[in-house]
Design a protein around this ligand. Structure first.
Ligand code: NAD
Length: 472
């Protein structure tokens, strides 16, 4: 069994699920394979109706789902509600695609011949997700997979199985035929068994870059389609002409929202030297004032980290940063006073005097920590922002339209914001990143490119053999 526990009060067991071994993975993949031929032929608008109904049900159960999410993985209730809302938005957006699975028609080079394209489903999709957006991210994958006519085996993260199961139960309860959506629970070994199963045609993975690499290698071995959404080391650039109050608001939300456990977290703040000190002072004051606590309490600003290993990992960066010469201006330690000592709480941490090459400025820490890096001008700031292995999200605070457009052109991330932080994606725009963040796919808009194959169709009604490129 795997146990899901409340990271704010570790003694509280939220749920238990059986860990899927090879035989359960086999059963799930077989069920998905069996269900595929009929689901594939179900008209897409009918498939979409299931998503529409699920959106309504999830909207009606938003508060329950959000509370379960907060208990299971710790994010504050306000954000948990947002996570559920994102799934509602995604289901509605993708349901619309059920009547919009457009292909193309184009003239043939030969007379009496018709040429067109259609999107074809790929087959059985394995959807493997992390715990930090435990309803939103599954919806990013499962909804487009289903509307396109694929069947799914979903493996939620082992740190958020209950809320993942609830999401799947709702979808199944809204009219999915048996076998179209299947759930297996477990961690790395369950995920690896699923990825390697020869009955899986496509893997859609969101998680760390390290695991993403393993998934990609396993898929390459079997020529499977694979879409990867991985880590980030996102930067906000603050120029000397920026509205500093706005920039500090953005930095606090971007760095400490979800206790920094977002792939798009603002974990680097690159600040023009002219405003560095003032920005740093205001930021540190705000970080110190953030209230740690159980995410179910409305007064809480920052919830716990997801588990003990994550707390340890985040804390290890304090020494790493100090050794390299950074200054810990606030935080840098777990909260040890009751009732916080019952869970995995870490104080919001700001590193100052950070150099771009330091490990704290290069590696994804995934906790409530951020580093403030000085820069002389926009060009240097952009170079620093681009100087990491990841390429998910970036942001710029400025009042100068020329600077804004230079940054929009030169920042090498999948997403760029002006005058808002690195978080806040909307479902109907492309979501994903460059370099070690992704492998070229996008979720949200264009997600169907990941979950379908283009099929090219020629119909010759001339009644004679016509040879392309030969018969002019
Ligand atoms: P993780 O990589 O540890 O796990 C992700 C999922 O993969 C889990 O379901 C896990 O059980 C499974 N898994 C683990 N080992 C596996 C293996 N060998 N084969 C197949 N599956 C395996 O990540 P996490 O700690 O759950 O999530 C945090 C990470 O996710 C961060 O790096 C974060 O940046 C990233 N993330 C990225 C995005 C994005 O869209 N780019 C969004 C959210 C989170």
């Amino acid at each position: 069994m795997i146990q899901s526990r409340n990271p704010a009060r570790w003694s509280e067991v939220v749920a238990e699920f059986p860990e899927a071994g090879p035989s359960e993975v086999e059963a799930a993949v077989s069920a998905a394979r069996e269900a595929w031929p009929s689901w594939r032929k179900t008209p897409a608008p009918r498939r979409a109706e299931v998503l529409h109904r699920a959106a309504d049900r999830i909207a009606a159960e938003k508060e329950d789902l959000a509370r379960l999410m907060t208990r299971e993985m710790g994010k504050v209730l306000l954000e948990a509600r947002g996570d559920v809302q994102e799934a509602v938005d995604m289901l509605l957006f993708i349901a619309g695609e059920g009547r919009r699975l457009y292909g193309e028609t184009t003239p043939s080079e030969l007379p009496d011949k018709f040429a067109m394209t259609v999107r074809d489903p790929v087959g059985v999709c394995a959807c493997i997700t992390p715990w930090n957006f435990p309803v939103a991210i599954p919806s990013w994958k499962i909804a487009p997979a289903l509307v396109a006519g694929n069947t799914v085996v979903f493996k939620p993260a082992e740190d958020a199985p209950a809320v993942g199961q609830r999401f799947a139960d709702i979808l199944c309860g809204c009219g999915l035929p048996p076998g179209v959506l299947n759930v297996v629970h477990g961690g790395a070994s369950t995920g690896a068994a699923l990825v390697r199963h020869p009955g899986v045609d496509l893997v859609s993975f969101t998680g760390s870059t390290e695991v993403g690499r393993e998934v990609a290698i396993a898929c390459a071995d079997q020529f499977k389609r694979v879409s990867l959404e991985m880590g980030g080391k996102n930067a906000i650039i603050v120029m000397d002409d920026a509205d500093l109050a706005l920039a500090v608001d953005g930095a606090v939300w971007g760095a400490f929202g979800t206790a920094g456990q977002r792939c798009t977290a603002s974990s680097r703040l690159i600040v023009h030297r002219r405003v560095y000190e003032e920005f740093a002072n205001r930021l540190v004051e705000r970080a110190r004032a953030l209230r740690l606590g159980d995410g179910l309490e409305e007064s809480t600003d920052v919830g716990p980290l997801v588990n003990a290993a994550q707390l340890e990992r985040v804390h290890s960066y304090r020494e790493i940063g100090k050794r390299e010469g950074a200054r810990v201006a606030c935080g840098g330690e777990p909260a040890r006073e009751p009732p916080l000592d019952a869970g995995w709480f870490y104080r919001p941490t700001v590193f100052l005097d950070v150099e771009p090459g330091m490990r704290i400025a290069q590696e994804e820490i995934f906790g409530p920590t951020t580093c403030v890096i000085p820069a002389d001008d926009l060009e240097e700031a952009i170079e620093i922002a681009n100087g990491v292995p990841y390429g998910l999200s970036s942001a710029l605070y400025t009042r100068d339209v020329g600077r804004a457009f230079r940054a929009l052109r030169d920042l090498r991330t999948g997403i760029v914001y002006v005058n808002s932080p690195t978080i806040g994606a909307e479902v109907h725009l492309p979501f994903g990143g460059t370099r070690r963040t992704g492998n070229g796919h996008r979720e949200g808009a264009h997600v169907l490119d990941a979950f379908t194959e283009w099929k090219t169709l020629y119909v010759d009604y001339s009644g004679r053999l016509q040879r392309a490129q030969i018969d002019q």
